[in-house]
Design a protein around this ligand. Sequence first.
Ligand SMILES: [Zn+2]
Length: 340
Amino acid sequence: MKHFLSGVAKQLATSEALIRPITMAADFFMSARGCLVTFHRGASAQAWEKLPNRDFYLDLDFLDQFLSYLTHRGWDVVTMEEALRRSALGRANDRFINFSIDDCYRDTFEQVVPLFRRHDLPVTLFVTTGIPDATLPLWAAGLEDVLLTHDRVMFEDGAVDVATFEDKNAAFHRVAGQWDGPHAAACYVEFCKLNDIDIDAMHWKHAISWEMLEALRDDPLVEIGAHTVSHPHVSSLTPERARAELQGSRDRLIEKLGIPCRHFAFPYGRSADCGPRDFEIARDSGFVSAATTRKGLMRSGQDAFDLPRNTINGAHRSLATMELHLTGLTGAAARMTGRV
Ligand SMILES: [Zn+2]
């Protein structure tokens, strides 16, 4: 009996924890529901399993399944331009979702956009212009690549055996944690020397190029926006530096691709990474929208410079988890727990 009662109490506590977000999300059910989702890189399920930094990638077999599911469930996959228009209209029972790829690597061109094309669905790319300009060292991609393709890797303090996935995964997170910050580029140069890696060749093995972006620009299903020049935490910059990052990436995309470049996404994108000052800078830089990575749905009367977006990298490989994003429950839960 006691056991039964404690079970009931547990259930009640659980329902209490569940009810509030459900109530908070309920007002979305009848009105227009817009969901923005983002991820970085994509890999087939088979390749994904082996990647030392696999949580940075979306399993493309899962994305394939998710796109079919959305169409089946009556969701319209739209561009950011169309998401903003629909959000302003606020039509009852309207359901729309936008997918954006941040940073943009070679796999955006080779694998991710082709998958959207097979479904005849649009996708938005937020390009960090330092990647095709080769001014931004892709040290995490290079480190991961070397760990993936070697059984033994050299570091400054000696050789490390990385024969198994567990070894590679642990080494990636340990080293990335040590390098992260202003010294990352110098650490990476040293690491490439030690392991006899051609750093330029490694860059282009992972980077998207301007030629690839030109080809994507001509695809009617692809919308291209900006994601800064060097991928900084924008809120940590002086106003001048922040403006140079936002305006600089927009100008570069306009110059290289001849596109209007109307939309922007903040790197990292959580509350600590971008705030009201930065939303104003985005507006002044000529964008018509700016997206964060704060979870949640687009509300009617949504501020276009503080758009919520749900990150769906790596571990989120279930349709049930995706449903939580689509109902707004993950956003409501994040706000309740202060994870914004
Ligand atoms: Zn990014």
